[in-house]
Design a protein around this ligand. Structure first.
Ligand code: AMP
Length: 215
């Protein structure tokens, strides 16, 4: 099973992708995670991408296309599925992804769109924290003790990503509406698009996606 999960930053793509990855036993490929990992490891690619990510801008389509092609190609030989989160983010990337699917003979991927209004996104992202230890993403609204990661129990490991600062959030939303939303129009007659409200409780969003997929 191949799933592409699409939506604004903070719409819940990462959360849902992790759940679906476990349920269907397919790897979660997050371009944001791959980039952050490259930054952390100080690779040449990471050094190129760091400033762009921290400003909430987009890394170049060519670099991203090569990264996704290489990642999916490596999977394809011993795995029949994946959930792709964070790509495509431009119409050019959407075209690149069609070519990748053609090359890898992927015929009917599911394209899942999580819808969320800007005010919910701003509130979610500004309260979002990541854990340096287990990489969980948590929302301070949902936990009582803000010093302890609710996933791994480590103390003092929750931090705010630079791109979750308010000014960067606003830029990410601007980039999303200018560059990423047009992907939906480009794909509307190419894929069967599943649209789910991303602001519902997590389990309702998950069951909405699964029902639509299993239909
Ligand atoms: P995410 O974790 O998906 O929100 O991604 C974090 C950041 O990584 C984005 O704000 C971009 O700077 C960069 N990024 C991730 N995926 C892409 C992509 N497909 N194209 C360009 N930049 C990307």
């Amino acid at each position: 099973m191949q799933i592409v999960i699409f939506g604004a930053p903070g719409a819940g793509k990462g959360t849902q992708a992790k759940i679906l990855s476990n349920k269907f036993n397919i790897p979660h490929i997050s371009t944001g995670d791959i980039l952050r990992d490259s930054v952390k490891r100080g690779t040449q690619f990471g050094l190129l991408a760091k400033e762009t990510i921290e400003k909430g801008e987009l890394v170049s389509d060519d670099l991203m296309g090569d990264l996704v092609m290489e990642t999916l190609q490596n999977l394809n030989s011993n795995n029949n599925g994946f959930i792709l989160d964070g790509f495509p983010r431009t119409v050019n990337q959407a075209e690149i992804l069609l070519n990748i699917f053609r090359t890898l003979k992927i015929e009917n991927p599911y394209f899942v769109v999580l819808e969320a209004d800007d005010d919910v996104i701003i509130s979610r992202l500004s309260m979002r924290r990541a854990c340096t230890s287990c990489k969980a993403i948590v929302n301070l609204h949902d936990i009582k003790n803000h010093d302890v990661c609710p996933n791994c129990g480590e103390v003092g490991t929750l931090y705010k990503r630079k791109d979750d600062e308010e000014s960067v959030i606003m830029n990410r939303l601007k980039v999303y509406s200018a560059s990423t939303i047009p992907v939906l129009d480009f794909y509307k007659d190419k894929f069967n698009i599943i649209t789910v409200k991303g602001t519902d409780p997590i389990d309702i969003v998950t069951s909405g996606i699964i029902e639509a997929i299993e239909k």
